[in-house]
Design a binder for this molecule. Structure first.
Ligand SMILES: [Zn+2]
Length: 210
């Protein structure tokens, strides 16, 4: 570890900040019991959060979490569960306005094609798989993520896509329930107004062990 920055290959003993540059993704391995924050460095930026068990056999499932919590959106003090309904992360603190989404899948090349983007537009799905490769692992799936700071209010049975309301430095903090692989994509969406039309960086802070 150099200058307090994680390299992407650091695992459970390192602590410090890994910047997730705008429109890209990064991942870290987080040991059970450790806390990890996602920080919106400049404000108004959505992050797609993915988590897998260390052996990659289970993934955080937004759908199973909605069933486990009886809620559409994350709630402080509650667990996120896997596709086998086992807790993988807990939401332990949140300094943001508290808007986070669990309804919308990760953006991907097909999404951008449908919006009329030129081929090659970056996406959260591709960012996930690139970040996993950098950690020396892979998944055949692109799970539906937890979209931190993403403001998708429900109006009756309709969804609205509103800009993130986060301020610079706002952070949401998770605690790993089991050893896991934790990935954040700084969503590159600039054709729908969730990032105010201007994607910016995030950071992953792996906090010191208690
Ligand atoms: Zn995205």
């Amino acid at each position: 570890m150099v200058d307090g920055c994680l390299t992407g290959m650091e695992t459970t003993t390192a602590e410090g900040r890994m910047v997730v540059p705008a429109r890209t993704g990064r991942g870290v391995r987080v040991a059970a019991g450790r806390r990890v924050s996602v920080v919106d460095l400049e404000g108004g930026q959505v992050g797609d959060v993915f988590a897998f068990t260390a052996d990659m056999s289970e993934h955080l499932s937004a759908a199973h979490t909605r069933a486990a919590t009886d809620r559409l959106f994350p709630a402080q003090g509650r667990h996120f569960v896997t596709d086998r309904r086992r807790p993988i992360l807990a939401l332990v603190s949140d300094t943001s306005p508290g808007r986070h989404d669990m309804l919308i899948p990760a953006c991907d090349p097909a999404r951008y094609a449908s919006l009329g983007a030129e081929p090659g537009h970056p996406s959260c799905a591709e960012n996930l798989h690139r970040a996993l490769a950098e950690l020396g692992t892979a998944s055949p799936l692109t799970p539906q993520p937890v979209n931190v700071f993403m403001h998708i209010p429900v109006d009756g049975d309709e969804l609205r896509w509103l800009p993130a309301t986060t301020r610079p430095g706002d952070a949401i903090t998770f605690q790993a329930v089991v050893d896991c692989v934790f990935v954040v994509s700084a969503c590159p969406q600039d054709l729908v107004d969730i990032n105010g039309g201007d994607p910016t960086p995030l950071a992953i802070d792996l906090l010191p062990a208690d």
